[in-house]
Design a protein around this ligand. Structure first.
Ligand SMILES: [Mg+2]
Length: 429
């Protein structure tokens, strides 16, 4: 009763949707389109020419001279993402965005409408049609249908683009027999080695290995999860018990007189939450911000999203809302000299262990990198290692802010940043 929807080559297809000239052409979406830029999202056509995610533009152009490099339009992708989520919610109240281009539609509460596999298939085709008719005729997705979220994700991976694959108790052994361990989302080098060392070298063997043996092989409860996943139990749709975290700051008169300082503080709050989420190993599915003004007024914003840990992404998303407000109010900005306090909050967490072995294969590397970055920061100092994007935007001041003034007060404020705080004792804080 689970549908997993994966938009094919999402960023590139969005560009092709907006610009007719790009359709049918190899397109490479890049953060930066200079010689040393990297393709972060090749189109279906570019993939056919061998262009891969992460490839230097230099190399990609050699491989595919017709490649059209384009800069990212994250606002555009987010807009289409939201439209897709709204469309999916027509079919079930239980829609879970998994990333900007992936979502789960849980139909377990709609068993009376979707009675059998034929009904589910019809629904999947209807969704594809609705996306083309109402959001964009060039958008394609692969849909997987299975008894649990993991297998539905796996099914969606098996046929691209525009696929529809169903995994059932009847065909699962046949499906698994054609796959390698690393074809399972969440199994990468380390886990593969651990399983192979225990003599489990195929997905089919993984399915039929005793959970107790798997626990020993994986050296963690994660092994048991693998047994459940391949035997139709659900382990991936559970949320963390942590309720929310927030980072707040009252602004001095001097601070609020400078738009740049307000912005720096805003970034430092987002990065502070990133740091806490990394420390707790959680990802937020909701975040928001509130601004209080000296005249007693308040402004609030709240958003649901795919599980997220990255502070700069939170910052940029909130910033977009602020810009949108300014646009709609004749350029009147929300962050002005009347601001008394700023707060950013994150909530509705999922834990890393569930997430990492789950549906976020592309993010495992990023998660490991983020953890490694914080290990270095912890050892050598917070400002010793920064993301290029943070420097590029001239925000290094934000980090001095984070480790400098105000930090003692924040240490006390840390106490109450989680509502059921007895669950969390973070030694680092
Ligand atoms: Mg995709």
């Amino acid at each position: 009763m689970i549908l997993f929807i994966d938009m094919n080559s999402f960023f590139a297809t969005c560009e092709q949707q907006f610009n007719y000239y790009l359709r049918g052409r190899p397109v490479g979406v890049c953060v930066y389109t200079g010689k040393y830029g990297a393709v972060i999202a090749p189109s279906i056509e570019a993939k056919k020419m061998g262009v891969k995610t992460g490839m230097r533009l230099n190399d990609a152009m050699l491989l595919c001279p017709d490649l059209v490099p384009l800069e990212t339009n994250s606002g555009r992708y987010r807009e289409i993402h939201l439209k897709i989520m709204n469309l999916l919610r027509k079919y079930s109240g239980d829609v879970i965005p998994k990333s900007i281009d992936e979502a789960i539609v849980d139909l377990q509460h709609h068993k009376h409408i979707y009675k059998n596999i034929e009904d589910m298939k019809k629904l999947a085709n209807q969704i594809k049609q609705d996306i083309r008719d109402t959001i964009g005729d060039y958008l394609k997705c692969s849909i997987g249908i299975a008894p649990n979220a993991f297998l539905a994700k796996l099914a969606s991976d098996l046929q691209k683009p525009d696929g529809l694959t169903i995994i059932t108790p009847e065909n699962i052994d046949e499906v698994l027999s054609k796959l390698k361990l690393t074809d399972l989302p969440g199994i990468a080098g380390g886990m593969e080695n651990r399983l192979k060392n225990a003599g489990i070298d195929t997905p089919l063997k993984l399915r039929y290995t005793d959970p107790a043996v798997l626990k020993v092989a994986c050296q963690s409860i994660v092994g048991v999860y693998w047994h459940y996943r391949l035997n139709f139990s659900e382990v991936d749709l559970v949320s963390s018990p942590y309720k929310n975290m927030q980072a707040m700051r009252q602004l001095s008169r001097e601070q609020r007189s400078s738009a740049q300082t307000i912005d720096n503080i805003f970034i430092s709050l987002c990065m502070k939450l990133e740091k806490r989420m990394v420390a707790q190993g959680v990802y937020c599915k909701e975040f928001g911000m509130n601004i209080s003004y000296q005249n007693g007024q308040r402004w609030k914003y709240h958003s649901k999203n795919a599980p997220l840990q990255d502070g700069m992404t939170i910052y940029h998303t909130l910033k977009q809302q602020l810009d949108k407000y300014a646009k709609e109010h004749g350029g009147k900005t929300l962050l002005h000299e009347g601001v008394a306090g700023l707060g950013v909050n994150v909530s509705d967490f999922v834990t890393a262990d569930v997430l990492q072995v789950e549906l976020f294969e592309d993010n495992i590397k990023k998660d490991h990198l983020r953890k490694a970055v914080y290990d270095v920061k912890d050892r050598y100092g917070y400002d010793k290692l920064l993301k290029a994007i943070e420097l590029k935007e001239g925000h290094s001041a934000a980090y001095q802010d984070l480790i400098g003034f105000g930090s003692i007060k924040d240490m006390y404020n840390e106490q109450d940043w989680v509502s059921n705080s007895n669950k969390i004792q973070n030694p680092e804080e």
